[in-house]
Each structure stands twice: as structure tokens, then as C-alpha cells.
Write a protein that binds this ligand. Structure first.
Ligand code: HEM
Length: 405
């Protein structure tokens, strides 16, 4: 079975594909084939260290065209290696750190409050779609892209489509490609306009004036990278929907969040990112012949790091299928164990540079939701693990009753 090409199995089994394959092979590295190419699936802290070790793997030949053209954008930081990657990555690590994180979380909190006022006493709203709009408005204000209301909704819809369409060819991928084309064109024009003005400290201006090698980025590539801030920030709405799912399934977490304990809120955000499915696995191509745990890996082999499997690995997480934020209280998180957004050092490797922003946005919005009087009317909250990316089926419908006086 492991010798047959598994591309179809990935599409059918989704998040369970690689964990199943590894389990059947006894848990160690597992050989397989995807997209007609030899691949080896690995999992665990040592595997993550191997995956991110400098020079072991390259990305630009490993990423499927569909993922590049829907999710990341052509020429994006995700597709670069070596010195080119390090220079481009510096743009993100400096922009997505420091005071800016709290500023963005504060704006998102204000936008949530304004939106929640409008939900009060009205018909059910879909939390997933509402959060995407809340974050779209917040992140575009933060970045400095001026948007009208109708453009906020269009941006939110487009970014959701880009994420929703990255893993399967068909109508979802087609929507993602169109959404990307429209947004790249629109943002390229904004970048060109900003370049005609003196630089400021806004993220938009910093991206517009960034140069990798003394020359400004092509305006379309600058738009791609601006979208690489807007799109994943808006994608935090997936985690907001999962947070609501967790509070609905296990209401004691909502009470603890309401008590206003910051340490617990942080533990809750880590557990949401660990427990719920988002990135299934990551891929890189071996740059030379090498070994991992005695297993020879030939140059050119695809190495797949099982992200979902590792976040549910009983060797790392006691009772991994139990949603338990307490596991993170007082625990140091190692660079290579909790990997929903990749592992290693984000400054040098490909690990997500937006992790702190994700945690701040998710913590703020989950806390706001916990404090909001609301209930979930009858609906289908099933999360289908064969669908990448997964989401509660009814996208979390939510009712906010009138305030009691
Ligand atoms: C990379 C997940 C939020 C910006 C990544 C990677 C993953 C990931 C799995 C790839 C790591 C690798 O290839 O080794 C997520 C998830 C998020 C999220 C699940 C929450 C929804 C964010 C945010 C931002 C961001 C909020 C920026 C505001 C990026 C960028 C990269 C990246 C620019 C490319 C890094 C590189 O190739 O060096 N993310 N991310 N992400 N993420 Fe995130």
C-alpha cells in the first residue's frame, strides 16, 4: 500500500492520512509516494529538529503549484531558500513583533465589541464569517490599507477562499485562484501609490519600500507579501470558530476564561492550536543523501512532517485527544514540540512569523466571546477530518440575546 501513489488517499483521508500510514508502519519514518514522487513521512520532536536543520531541505522545489498559487502567492517568502529566504524573512520577523502585536489585538477587541453590539437581539450570526470580517477590518486598519465597509467584506471573503481552496483541485481551488488574482491586482495598485509617497512606519509602507537586494520588490510580489500578512491573520477566524466549539463542548473553559485569568487564556489558545486541525503536514525536499533515525533519505526525496500527528502524539501529550488547556499551565514549550505553525527558530527557518499575532488575536477574541452572553442554537458542529482545512460544519451559529435590565 505504501508504494502506491497516495495523492488520492490524502484527498480522501485528510488529516488522518499520514498518522494512519505511520501507525501501520509501526510509528517510525514511513516511505510513501505523493504527486508521483518518493516521500518519507516523519513525526516527533527529533523529526521536527531534522526538518528545520539548516540546509537539510529546500522548499522552492517541494511546494505543489496549487498551494503556491492559491495560498502563498508566486514569489512568496514560503517559496524561497537560503540567503534569499533570510533577507525576505527579516521583513516579516521585524513587522510581526514588538508593540504592534498588542496594538493589533486591541483594535481587534474594539472591532469585536462593535460587531457584537449589532448581534444583540438579532437572528443567529455565523461566528466564523463574522470573525473573518472583524479581523479583516482590524488587520487592514493596523497595516494601513484604507478600506470601505464593502471592501472589508470582500477582503475577508477572498482571504477565506484562498485558505479554503489550497488543498483540493476543483471549485474551491478555482475560487481561491480568482480571489488571489483580484486581491493581488488591487493591492499592487495600492503599493504603487504608496511608493510615490515618503516612507512611513506603517506596515503597508514598510512592505512597499522593502528591498531584498537593494531593488524594490516587483509590485505584485510586494502585494503577495502584504497578503501574506492579511490572509493568515484573517485565517485566525478558523481558530476562533474552534475556540467557540471547545467552549460549547466543555463549558467549564468558558467560565475559567470569564474569570479573566491571562495565564489560563494563553493556555487555552495553545490548546486550541494543538487540539484542532489546521495545517495537516509540511513538505521539504532533501538537498543531499542523508539519514534520519537510521533511515536513508536520498537527495530529492520529499520529506513530510506530520503536523497534525505530532500535535496528537501521545509521547508528547498525555491523553492527546482530550481538550485540556491545563496541560500548558507552567509548561515551557519547546521549539520543536508544539508545531501547529511550524517549528524551530522563525528568524532563520520557515516557522510562522505570525505566531505571536495568532496567539494575541485568538486570546483577545476568545476572551471576548467567553465574556459575551450568547448561546449556540441547534446546529451541526461536526468537524470532518477528511476535509482540509476543517471547520465545524455550520461555521458556529451564535445567538446573542438582548441585555437583561
Ligand atoms: C508560515 C501556520 C497565522 C504569516 C506558516 C507555516 C504554518 C503556518 C504551518 C509554515 C511553516 C513552515 O513552512 O515551516 C499558521 C496558522 C496560523 C498562522 C495555522 C493561524 C491561523 C499567521 C499570521 C501571520 C502569518 C497571523 C502574519 C500576520 C506567515 C508567513 C509564513 C508563515 C509570512 C511564511 C514563513 C516562511 O516561509 O519563512 N504559518 N500561520 N501566519 N506564516 Fe503563518
Amino acid at each position: 500500500m505504501a508504494d502506491l501513489d497516495q495523492t488520492l488517499a490524502v484527498a480522501l483521508k485528510g488529516y488522518a492520512w499520514l498518522p494512519d500510514l505511520r501507525r501501520r508502519a509501526g510509528g517510525g519514518p514511513v516511505r510513501t509516494r505523493v504527486m508521483g514522487q518518493p516521500a518519507v513521512g516523519v513525526c516527533g520532536a527529533a523529526a521536527t529538529r531534522f526538518f528545520y536543520a539548516d540546509g537539510n531541505l529546500e522548499r522552492h522545489t517541494a511546494l505543489p503549484g496549487l498551494v503556491v498559487h492559491t495560498l502563498f502567492g508566486a514569489g512568496a517568502v514560503h517559496t524561497l531558500d537560503g540567503e534569499d529566504h533570510r533577507r525576505r524573512k527579516a521583513l516579516f520577523t521585524s513587522l510581526l513583533s514588538g508593540d504592534g502585536i498588542d496594538r493589533l489585538a486591541k483594535i481587534a477587541g474594539e472591532e469585536f465589541d462593535a460587531a457584537a453590539d449589532g448581534w444583540r437581539g438579532g437572528p443567529p450570526v455565523r461566528l466564523f464569517d463574522e470573525s473573518a470580517r472583524i479581523i479583516a477590518r482590524a488587520v487592514s486598519r493596523w497595516v494601513g490599507v484604507p478600506l470601505e465597509d464593502r471592501e472589508v467584506s470582500a477582503l475577508a471573503r477572498a482571504c477565506v477562499a484562498m485558505v479554503d481552496g489550497f488543498a483540493t483541485a476543483g471549485p474551491r481551488a478555482a475560487r481561491a485562484l480568482v480571489a488571489r488574482r483580484v486581491q493581488e491586482r488591487r493591492l499592487s495598485k495600492i503599493i504603487a501609490g504608496i511608493r510615490a509617497k515618503p516612507p512611513t512606519t506603517s506596515p503597508l509602507s514598510i512592505v512597499a519600500h522593502h528591498s531584498d537586494d537593494g531593488r524594490l520588490l516587483d509590485p505584485r510580489v510586494a502585494a503577495v507579501e502584504l497578503l501574506n500578512i492579511l490572509r493568515p491573520a484573517i485565517a485566525v477566524s478558523w481558530f476562533v470558530a474552534f475556540a467557540a466549539h471547545a467552549m460549547d463542548m466543555w463549558p467549564r473553559h468558558q467560565s475559567r476564561m470569564r474569570a479573566g485569568d491571562d495565564e489560563y487564556t494563553l493556555a487555552f489558545t495553545h490548546e486550541v492550536r494543538r487540539f484542532y486541525p489546521f495545517a495537516p503536514f509540511l513538505g521539504g525536499r532533501a538537498t543531499r543523501d542523508m539519514f534520519f533515525r537510521g533511515e536513508p533519505i536520498k537527495a530529492g526525496t520529499l520529506v513530510l512532517l506530520d503536523v497534525y500527528g505530532q500535535n496528537h502524539d501521545p509521547e508528547l501529550w498525555t491523553d492527546p485527544y482530550r481538550f485540556d488547556p491545563d496541560r500548558f499551565l507552567g509548561r515551557e514549550i519547546g521549539e520543536f514540540d508544539l508545531i501547529p505553525q511550524g517549528g524551530g527558530d522563525p528568524r532563520t527557518g520557515h516557522r510562522c512569523p505570525g505566531e505571536k499575532i495568532t496567539i494575541a488575536l485568538l486570546g483577545t477574541l476568545s476572551r471576548r466571546l467567553a465574556e459575551l452572553d450568547h448561546y449556540l442554537p441547534p446546529q451541526d458542529t461536526t468537524i470532518d477530518l477528511s476535509r482540509i482545512p476543517a471547520l465545524p460544519r455550520d461555521r458556529i451559529r451564535l445567538v446573542v440575546p438582548e441585555r437583561q435590565v
